[in-house]
Write a protein that binds this ligand. Structure first.
Ligand SMILES: [Zn+2]
Length: 451
């Protein structure tokens, strides 16, 4: 970590996502203090430099949607080749057995994987609170702090089980008051409202098919009172639209609007099945969309209308989604997926590598309600991802920035969070990767044996 007196110049990158920082950026403490133009020198005296001439420099990538615990159920045979609802009902019974130790290992593995892919801010949506796993968010906060990664953790919830017409088994649903009380406890204990926050808490009832209308409304009230954000899955599949029509007599967006959620406090995972009028309303409200291309392809859910949403005014960010529907946690790879999927819908000239990098940085930051991350502007946090193009897949590439997406970058060489290097030479600092994978593999095996 640079001492407070250290002024570090990340000097002359091979390429940079911000054309005005072609000469690099200057870091003091946890913040960027200067962008250096091409061929220029910093205006202030620097005490140390990092030669970035072999690196492509991006603002740290920001992941807006994940379920860390699902790294324990990757490529799980009984859930393969299914659409969302049957996929969920197969996996709920497995997830119901996850305990605190497994949760901690799964969270660490997911965060390290994200970090190594150039991600500096991780969001997680955790909604499984069975008897053996009541302190999942506390465990995630501790793990994120230990790793030095910025985290937007959401207190998820499920309150409608199979007995009441919902999808999840009764063993993983909680009553509304327990959920509200725990949400308030987590906000009071961990949420940092300030600029530069390393930990934020948001409220995240899981989905229309696992949460009561009352809990949706009460969550919106609690978020407003505490100044925290709201997150949920919405408009992911046609099945969900049919479920909402049947149960609530309205489409998913009308339902969340009625519950007080259509605002710029909210970001929604997936946001696929919106009509033109709904996109207009989302844009007017400034509601964010966490676009999860790999997950949408794996489950065959559909195509998010990213460009129409952005044009209407809705922030669009990227999410890898949980590791049972992706099944990796690699945000650099997710950028490539977003580029390719986008070009099935729109002209290649519209879905450029610049547009996708914007989604993974500024767009994601807006989804999380933050302007202190996602860019390289002076005053913003020193969250950086630096990629080397020294693998076979990049050989011969002419445009370094485009090569990240087109050749398939998947591993950052260096990652900085709040002015501290957290990945160097492609490896996470202070982490024994082999030991972590061995513990994680054992935890996954133990979970499968519990069935
Ligand atoms: Zn999800």
């Amino acid at each position: 970590m640079p001492e407070t007196s250290t002024i570090l110049w990340i000097r002359n990158p091979l390429a940079c996502a911000d054309a005005n920082a072609a000469g690099g950026v200057v870091i003091a403490g946890s913040r960027i203090v200067e962008k250096v133009p091409a061929g220029g020198q910093p205006k202030q005296a620097v005490s140390t430099t990092f030669d970035a001439s072999q690196h492509v420099l991006l603002p740290g990538l920001i992941n807006t949607h994940h379920h860390f615990y699902q790294t324990l159920t990757r490529a799980y045979s009984p859930a393969l080749n299914k659409e969302l609802f049957p996929w969920l009902t197969t996996l709920y019974d497995v997830w119901a057995n996850i305990d605190q130790e497994q949760m901690e290992i799964a969270s660490e593995l997911a965060m390290v994987e994200l970090l190594m892919s150039g991600c500096t801010t991780v969001a997680d949506h955790h909604y499984v609170f069975s008897g053996a796993l009541l302190d999942a968010i506390d465990c995630q906060v501790e793990t994120a702090r230990r790793l030095g990664v910025r985290a937007a953790l959401t207190r998820g919830s499920m309150s409608v089980g199979r007995d009441d017409g919902g999808l999840p088994p009764q063993s993983v649903v909680q009553d509304e008051q327990t959920i509200i009380d725990d949400s308030q406890r987590l906000i009071d204990r961990y949420h940092q409202p300030e600029d530069g926050a390393m930990t934020t808490i948001a409220l995240a009832p899981c989905s229309p098919f696992s949460v009561s209308r009352e809990l949706m409304r009460e969550s919106a009230r609690l978020a407003e009172t505490n100044g925290v954000r709201l997150h949920t899955h919405l408009a992911e599949t046609e099945d969900e639209t049919a479920y909402c029509q049947k149960l609530f007599g309205m489409r998913p967006l009308d339902y969340i609007e009625e519950c007080g959620w259509l605002s710029n406090r909210t970001w929604l995972a997936h946001g696929i099945h919106f009509n033109d009028d709904e996109i207009r309303r989302l844009g007017l409200a400034g509601t964010g969309i966490a676009h999860c291309p790999s997950s949408n392809m794996v489950l065959g859910s559909g195509l998010c209308r990213t460009l129409e949403l952005e044009a209407a005014g809705a922030p669009v960010g990227l999410g890898v989604d949980g590791s049972a529907s992706n099944d990796h946690s690699n945000l650099a790879e997710e950028m490539r997926q977003a580029l390719l999927l986008g070009r099935l819908q729109y002209s290649p000239s519209e879905v450029t590598h610049h547009a996708v990098i914007r989604w993974a940085t500024q767009g994601s930051a807006r989804c999380l309600g933050r302007d202190d991350i996602g860019g390289l502007e002076p005053g913003q946090q020193a969250d950086l991802a630096l990629f080397k193009l020294d693998e076979l897949r990049f050989s011969g590439a002419e445009n370094p920035l485009a090569a990240l997406l087109l050749c398939g970058a998947h591993r950052a060489d260096r990652v900085m969070v709040a002015g501290r290097w957290r990945v160097t030479d492609g490896l996470p600092c202070e982490i024994d990767l082999g030991a972590l994978m061995a513990r994680h593999d054992q935890a996954a095996k133990r979970l499968r044996k519990a069935l």
